[in-house]
Design a protein around this ligand. Structure first.
Ligand code: ADP
Ligand code: ZN
Ligand code: ZN
Length: 766
């Protein structure tokens, strides 16, 4: 008799308990990784088999769990889903790692691997009391289309019509159907073979063909392809490809960081590396940030690999995603290009994972389980003996640190193969503009450059940079922002209480009336919105503005559509938030304007400089990608700021060393690790209370167990303090002993509190 331990797939975040079920005699032999249907409470629910037990093992397990009932009281499985386990060994191991690392239940981790969250309907499972061992009603309905298949009469007619000139087209259609039989032929396939839909209908009317349905795999990226072009690789590109090829050949789980300036041909390296993997008969997963999917990368892969490429973006329907997963699992798709969640796709034989723009924050899921796709990919690659390739012009300091310390191998691309030079960057001091009585968001220099650019028939990109939500205070005369002297992050303005507060150490200061540095009264509260930019641009002669921000890009392909319209010259100025900064390659763009370089720099977060440097570099990298030289106008109130200066020079290395030094001095990651706890409640006092209890628990733990280099701060109202009527308070733990911190929480009552969220390695600490 077989027993199984099942993790219940319910959207309940604190269901850590797993349950034992008996496997009925007439079921197939099960292994871990099967999806099953189990009686749970008053209904039937999906679950995942996480362990298989013999009778003796099951009895021991129940004794260990202190169960009050015996083995005889254990319920039977209701059904199994599918005809094979959904999870293979590697997926199971990855799910287990994920649950442990990110502190969630195994079921929560396993759900991530299933396309569409609650993917089974919970009704009509029993038929006449009999177990339905297969073909459960899954909500994932395969899509079918009308198709035709040859009948026996048609078979006979094939001979009759042969050689009859009048019936030649019928004969041709019959021959086509026979050639494909027993497969049915869709209208589309017939038309590709020169047979009209009308002719198929005629055959059906004559009884020579029969209508049926044929399953098709959806591919919403079915669109015209660019021709495959083969470039001669530069020496640096060749070196990178050679190194990756060697690792692929050995089946070594090697990790590479491909660091190449914008426009240095990283994508070309991805293509060649993918080609090598495919030649080794392995599959390739290409992860791209949400917004980059709509750019040329998909086209370039399709031009190279044709139908072997599958694409998974976040707007796929559940059904479409199910089809894509079928293609990767069966191996018909050799390459999968997708956003964050594609890291959970099943593969027949994964050999290479590429993360483009690996520093992008969209790789991190903020809701629980708050996984980072890079880390999940890393785990899968290690299990599989697959190569991990991270690419970026401005790597995350976490990855750069790994490369520096030898944990990853660094590959460098230092020049643009097209011969294009990096753009000139001009810093414009906005204090000077004020002094000259220019109160516009556009400096005189930027206005002049925009007018000049469009007059020449070239294009400009203007970055609004309305990033973040918090308000900081900046002196318009000396450009200084208010910063906590202990934590080196901007103080946050709290309007209600009228204080400036450090979200790291809790230090509070009164709201200044004059600048503490220079005594000026011209203090400006920066926060959202430089909305006036559009109007200001529109006043300029010859300017046609296209705007791209969160609101205007909600449609399925809206972002791509806007880029296409801009590329086609419908407008000559593209205005937007950081979305305009990334990924695309428009040769006619010769000017990039950044309205306030300061606003991303002054987020109350230790990663603010890193984010700002990345954004400024990426944006600047949009200019001058063709044969025309590019120019960047960077407006700032703080032109002496070193991060801005280094970004203007695109000097990543210098920036990174400086930043790492500071992080080391202040015990920030990668020299420590951070855990963010968020307490959530409809009542403000309760949320705060839970935050306080958890913080107190952790402070005691630190005292009692002597956790190294550990600090606990908070609770503070979260950066977005109230979401959907729920109050949120955060507690930040910074520790050199994080595994022990997590362990203590795991064995505490806080693990099961569903009003408390854990975010391990959070990207944002507010
Ligand atoms: P990145 O991804 O590093 O920003 P891309 O791969 O998009 O850069 O390459 C930038 C441009 O350089 C593209 O137009 C690409 O076709 C071109 N390019 C890449 N490699 C080569 C090469 N070896 N020779 C000539 N042009 C190249
Ligand atoms: Zn000042
Ligand atoms: Zn502080």
């Amino acid at each position: 008799m077989q027993y199984v331990l099942v993790a219940i797939n319910l959207p309940v975040r604190n269901l850590f308990k797993q349950f034992i079920y008996r496997v009925p005699e007439d079921f197939p032999a099960l292994t871990a990784g099967w999806r099953v249907l189990v009686p749970f409470g008053s209904r039937k629910t999906e679950g995942f088999v996480v362990r298989v037990y013999t009778e003796a093992e099951a009895r021991r397990r129940m004794a260990r769990d202190g169960a009050k009932v015996g083995l005889g009281d254990v319920k039977d499985l209701a059904a199994v889903v599918g005809s094979a386990p959904w999870f293979d060994e590697e997926m199971l191991a990855t799910a287990r790692w994920l649950a442990h690392y990110y502190m969630c239940t195994e079921a929560e981790a396993m759900r991530l691997f299933i396309p569409g969250k609650g993917s089974l309907r919970r009704r009509r499972v029993y038929e006449g009391g009999k177990v339905v061992a297969e073909a459960l009603e899954e909500r994932l309905k395969p899509r079918t289309v009308l198709a035709y298949v040859l009948t026996e009469a048609g078979q006979a007619a094939l001979a009759d019509t042969a050689g009859q000139a009048r019936l030649q087209s019928r004969h041709k259609a019959l021959a086509f159907l026979r050639e494909k039989a027993p497969e049915a032929v869709t209208v589309k396939e017939a038309e590709a073979g020169g047979i009209h839909a009308e002719m198929l209908r005629t055959l059906a009317r004559l009884g020579w063909a029969e209508k049926t349905e044929k399953r098709v795999l959806r591919n919403s990226y079915d669109r015209p392809r660019e021709r495959k072009e083969t470039l001669r690789l530069t020496a640096e590109q060749q070196q990178a490809v050679d190194a990756i090829r060697a690792s692929l050949h050995q089946g070594a789980a090697e990790e590479y960081l491909l660091r190449g300036i914008t426009g240095s041909g990283k994508t070309e390296v991805y293509l060649r590396a993918a080609d090598e993997a495919v030649r080794e008969n392995r599959q390739v997963l290409v992860l791209v940030p949400e917004i980059a999917l709509t750019t040329q990368i998909v086209q370039r892969f399709q031009a190279w690999f044709g139908d072997a490429v599958a694409v998974a973006h976040s707007k796929l329907s559940q059904n479409e995603r199910g089809d894509v997963w079928d293609r990767t699992r069966s191996g018909t798709a050799r390459i999968l290009i997708g956003v964050r969640s594609a890291v959970f796709a099943p593969f027949e034989n994964l050999g290479l994972v590429i993360l483009d723009e690996e520093q992008e924050s969209s790789y991190k899921q903020e809701e629980r389980p708050s996984y980072h796709a890079r880390e999940v990919a890393r785990c899968r690659c290690r299990q599989r003996g697959a190569v991990l390739l991270l690419g970026s012009a401005t790597p995350s300091l976490d990855s750069y640190y790994l490369a520096r310390t030898g944990a990853m191998r660094e590959l460098r691309l230092t020049e643009r193969p097209s011969g294009a030079v990096l753009p000139d960057v001009v810093l414009v001091d906005m204090r000077e503009e004020l002094a000259q009585k220019n109160f516009s968001v556009l400096s005189r220099r930027l206005r002049q450059e925009v007018v000049e650019t469009v007059r020449k028939g070239e294009q400009a990109i203007i970055l609004l940079n309305r990033r973040g939500f918090s308000t900081f205070v900046l002196c318009r005369d000396c450009g200084t922002a208010l910063v906590c002297p202990h934590c080196a992050v901007s103080l946050v303005y709290h309007a209600k209480e009228q204080v400036m507060r450090c979200h790291y150490c809790g230090r509070e200061e009164p709201v200044p009336l004059v600048c503490p540095h220079c005594g000026s009264r011209r203090i400006k509260f920066f926060g959202s919105g430089t909305q006036k930019a559009e109007a200001a641009l529109q006043e300029l002669p010859g300017v046609r503005v296209l705007r791209m921000d969160q609101d205007s890009t909600s449609g399925k392909m809206a972002h791509e559509e806007i880029i296409r319209r801009f590329r086609d010259g419908e407008a000559n100025v593209l205005l937007g938030t950081q979305m305009v900064a990334k990924g695309h390659d428009i040769k006619n763009v010769t000017l990039v304007g950044i309205l306030t370089a300061d606003s991303s720099l002054n987020l109350p977060d230790f990663r603010a400089s890193e984010g700002a440097f990345d954004l400024l570099t990426q944006t600047a990298g949009r200019a001058g990608r063709g044969s025309l030289p590019g120019r960047v106008i960077l407006q700032t109130y703080d032109p002496d700021n070193e991060v801005i200066r280094l970004a203007a020079r695109q000097d990543y290395e210098h920036f990174a060393s400086r930043e790492l030094q500071q992080r080391k001095a202040l015990h920030y990651p990668p020299y420590s690790r951070i855990l963010k706890l968020t307490a959530v409640d409809k009542e403000e006092a309760k949320a705060r209370q839970l935050g306080e209890e958890a913080a107190a628990f952790l402070r005691q733990g630190k005292e009692r167990d002597g956790w190294k280099e550990t600090s606990v701060t908070g609770p503070f109202p979260a950066g977005v303090a109230k979401v959907r009527d729920l109050y949120r308070f955060t507690v930040i733990v910074r520790s050199g002993d994080m595994e022990r911190v997590k362990e203590a929480l795991w064995h505490s009552p806080y693990r099961d509190r569903k009003e408390l969220y854990f975010d391990v390695d959070p990207l944002r600490t507010t």
